[in-house]
Design a protein around this ligand. Structure first.
Ligand SMILES: Cc1cc2nc3c(=O)[nH]c(=O)nc-3n(C[C@H](O)[C@H](O)[C@H](O)COP(=O)(O)OP(=O)(O)OC[C@H]3O[C@@H](n4cnc5c(N)ncnc54)[C@H](O)[C@@H]3O)c2cc1C
Length: 829
């Protein structure tokens, strides 16, 4: 056993093996993989091996696509046949809404170069007559995916890893991790067989590793405890059954190739051919989470008993769909642990708070994702960044507030939601409400329909009593649309108030703070009392985080960033500050997110409302341009509430963000609502705000802004200072401007707006994609933002956007098409 390595990969399932392969292939010497038992002895051995390309997420679709292409090449490289049956994947729809879902998904597939075709029920019947089609609306067919033998593909990757120089050691369990300041000292125990159990021996070795990757599958909770971190990777039971031969299938196969994998999403199941019979896999309701507190020693390559009662309905649905299988008996069954996370995406990337510790945990489609995960994670480890934005998989997207109970219940929900309709306006109910601002009950009483951001309850829109958000969901304009229109108009014409409490807030101060932030962010730092919008870049020159920075004193700053990613932002900031303290002096970083509530009041009448409640020697002028200019911050008093007010509005109207002590939120809420009554103040939700910011071309973090584009590509040169040095500057300039962010006005289909995933066309050539979409109350039509090649970014360029399988007119408009001169924001009074 090597005792000094560059990278130690822990876990020899499909995922760990692929990571070892890709690290070694990328040129890292001394890559060692440790497996406590045998390779594939975790969930990998009992997977059904399906490789579905279908996925709603841009990053995950890239990962799956890489895997499918990579697995096809493995045999040539290693000489091992991984049993990849490229049989295609037929995803059927029983309802129009399901077809709408596929059409939205097809946008993601299209923008990731995943091939697919549409089939009518008659076309399905003509190709695969065993399928009952009269109750189908159609299907989406992928002809390039299929299924693979999970053990064989893992062994092929293991062989490839060894060929590239990696070493694989079996029967070694990692039991402890210690960071010595430069490297990880990893205590490993030799495992031995004893009476059919795998038990630790007395033999231990400490391996010193520059980098560690954990890919421990169902053991993720043990790994989390060893590392002192939290990970919501907890398995759920997942079952599939294998049926005896179906004579009709055997007959069909005499003249035809293998049947494609059939996904009957409305029946929560998938079916694939296996030796003349069928395998039925189910995503049923009430499958329980397992191993919340760790995997028992006695559980090795074991299974749970089949829970037939839970899957009866899906079994009957299969007989309905493939009537010929009615007589086939049950041959075998599998009920194994399948790891989940609350949002269904795995945890891939740097571990919170730790150096050189990488996580690859929580895989529910781990066979499909293994190849791509290894590829992109190796890019992050070797090059510093992956070529795609991995933020949606980053382990720190879940905050440190999560608990075991939350992870288990959310993962059960995620499992039983695999085949629900994935409306883009979907909100899931489990574990809610959990994180609530004090004004939650007041907002609720006012009709708030809440969404969930990083666990916080945040109003999406406000509706009359009795309104059902669940019933209002749609792939087109949902039942909530009209309320969002009224709210958006209230801000443009009168006054509205938005709950922005979920914002991430950090305070950075100390003698090194100014020099540090100057190096950490790309815009000029503001003067005391002023604010700036700025970006922290990755080492690769792309956008890591967007900040509004308020300079409160010479060496004291208040940083506001996206509410969705508090720990993701905080971890990056704290690690960078710790790295630079030696150079710049002491830097204190405090996460003050939960100490402050935020109300954003905006609209032409917002000043009139605040004037009524501001305590000042001269309330009439306190909020005038002279005393409180745009892009400045002041400590003010609203009634008895001390408020850090920032004159900025993400909606692009005259307005202030009111950061207040969270314990005074209800007092402030009542005060503002009472003062606003005579001005018709309306509570406004996140959906209207999202539309309004697009009218101002304000880029949003996570859509226009991320690790796949630089701020210059986001077309934000006014926030990028070329006269100073900062992290990522040289790399940003080296990248140049590969594509450019622009705003579109869109003449789309009746009753629908884009969601921000749609492909953009120049004639019949695909040239880019939307990253945001919605409705503009100012222009009374659809609006969107997206990336196109620089030569197509000129104002007036006419492109097309694909929605519901057709191409619609989209014209590039000037940045900030609504009020381009910012007259409303700067208005005096
Ligand atoms: C019934 C069923 C059907 C499925 N079907 C599919 C499918 O069709 N397609 C698909 O993509 N996915 C499918 N899955 C999911 C898939 O099996 C998993 O996502 C995948 O196997 C996860 O791989 P992994 O490498 O992350 O974990 P695992 O395969 O569980 O590997 C983790 C390894 O880490 C080792 N380990 C843990 N702790 C330590 C330690 N401290 N030291 C050393 N070694 C350690 C374990 O022994 C284990 O071998 C299915 C799952 C189930 C249960």
């Amino acid at each position: 056993m090597k005792t000094h390595v560059k990278a130690l990969v822990v876990g020899g399932g499909a995922v760990g093996t692929s990571i070892a392969y890709h690290l070694a292939k990328a040129g890292w010497d001394d890559v060692v993989l440790l497996e406590r038992d045998e390779l594939t002895s975790g969930s990998t051995w009992h997977a059904a091996g399906l490789l579905p390309l279908f996925n709603m997420s841009f990053a995950t679709t890239h990962i799956h696509k890489y895997s499918v292409d990579f697995y096809k090449s493995l045999e040539e490289e290693t000489g091992l046949n991984a049993g990849f049956a490229v049989v295609g994947n037929l995803r059927m729809a029983q309802t129009d809404a399901r077809m709408d879902e596929y059409m939205l998904y097809a946008s993601t597939a299209e923008t990731c170069d995943v091939p697919f075709e549409w089939l009518t029920p008659d076309e399905i019947k003509a190709r695969w007559p065993l399928i009952r089609t009269e109750d189908l609306k159609g299907a989406l067919y992928h002809n390039t995916d299929g299924y693979i033998n999970p053990a064989d593909v893992t062994m092929a990757m293991a062989k490839g890893a060894r060929q590239h120089g990696a070493v694989i050691e079996r029967k070694w369990q990692v039991d402890a991790y210690h960071w010595n300041g430069d490297a990880w000292e990893v205590t490993c125990t030799k495992m031995v067989e004893k009476g059919g159990n795998l038990v630790p021996s007395d033999e231990q070795v400490v391996v010193t590793a520059e980098h560690v990757v954990t890919a421990t599958g169902n053991h993720a909770q043990r790994t989390a405890r060893q590392l002192g971190i939290k990970m919501p990777a907890i398995p759920v039971e997942h079952q599939f059954i294998v049926m005896e031969q179906d004579p009709a299938l055997v007959e069909f196969r005499k003249e035809h190739g293998e049947h494609p994998v059939i996904r009957d999403a409305d029946a929560q199941s998938y079916v694939r051919e296996e030796r003349g019979g069928w395998i039925l896999g189910i995503y049923e309701k009430e499958a329980p989470a397992r191993f919340e507190h760790g995997v028992p020693d006695s559980f090795r390559a074991d299974l749970f008993p089949l829970a037939l009662d839970r899957i009866e309905e899906q079994y009957m649905a299969m007989i309905h769909r493939i009537p010929s299988c009615e007589e086939s008996g049950l041959k075998d069954d599998f009920n194994g642990p399948i790891c989940y996370t609350p949002d269904g995406n795995p945890l891939v990337g740097p571990a919170p708070g730790l150096r050189n510790m990488w996580l690859a945990e929580g895989f529910s489609f781990g066979i499909t994702a293994a190849g791509g995960t290894g590829y992109y994670l190796a890019q992050m480890m070797v090059n510093g960044e992956a070529e795609i934005d991995m933020a949606s998989l980053d382990p720190k997207r879940f905050g440190s507030w999560i608990t075991t109970e939350y992870g288990a219940r959310k993962n059960e929900e995620c499992y039983d939601h695999v085949y629900v309709l994935h409306h883009p306006d979907e909100e899931r109910p489990a574990c809610r409400p959990l994180r609530t601002a004090p004004s939650y009950e007041r907002m609720k009483a006012a009709g708030a329909q809440f969404g969930c951001v990083n666990g916080w309850e945040r109003p999406n829109y406000f509706a009359p009593e009795g309104f059902s958000d669940y019933d209002a969901r749609s792939f087109k304009r949902g039942g909530w649309w009209q309320y969002a229109v009224e709210e958006a108009k209230a801000i443009r014409e009168g006054v509205g108030m938005i709950d922005a409490t979920a914002f991430t807030k950090h305070r950075v101060k100390g003698p090194g703070a100014t020099a540090f932030l100057d190096w950490f962010t790309c815009n000029k730092l503001p003067r005391v009392g002023r604010i700036n919008l700025t970006y922290a870049l990755t080492e690769a020159g792309t956008t890591r985080t967007e900040y509004t920075i308020v300079r409160e004193a010479e060496d004291e700053y208040y940083l506001v960033s996206s509410g969705a990613l508090t720990d993701y932002d905080g971890d990056f900031l704290r690690k960078a500050a710790a790295d630079k303290a030696g150079e710049f002096g002491y830097i204190e970083v405090q996460n003050v997110t939960t100490q402050y509530g935020v109300f954003a009041i905006a609209g032409p009448k917002s000043r009139d409302v605040l004037k009524k409640i501001i305590i000042d020697a001269d309330p009439e002028t306190a909020l005038s341009n002279k005393r409180f200019p745009w892009l400045s911050a002041q400590k003010i008093e609203l009634g008895m509430c001390p408020v850090d007010a920032i004159r900025v509005a993400y909606t692009g109207e005259l307005g202030w963000e009111l950061h207040h002590p969270i314990e005074m939120q209800n007092y402030l809420f009542d005060l503002i609502m009472a003062a606003g009554e005579e001005h018709g103040l309306k509570l406004v939700g996140a959906r209207a705000q999202n539309w309004l910011r697009q009218e101002k071309s304000y880029r949003a973090f996570g859509t226009e802004l991320g690790r796949d584009a630089t701020p210059l590509e986001a077309d934000l040169p006014r926030f990028v200072n070329m006269d100073k040095e900062y992290q990522g500057k040289a790399a940003m300039l080296d990248l140049g401007v590969r594509s450019k962010c622009v705003t579109f006005l869109i003449d789309g289909p009746e009753g629908a707006d884009p969601w921000g995933r749609e492909a953009l066309y120049d004639g019949d050539k695909r040239v880019g994609r939307l990253t945001s979409g919605g409705y503009s109350v100012a222009f009374e039509k659809s609006i969107g933002m997206g990336y196109v090649p620089p030569e197509l970014s000129e104002v007036g360029t006419k492109l097309k956007v694909r929605m519901f399988r057709e191409l619609w007119d989209a014209v590039v408009v000037e940045d900030s098409p609504y009020d381009p001169k910012n007259a409303s924001i700067r208005v005096d009074g």
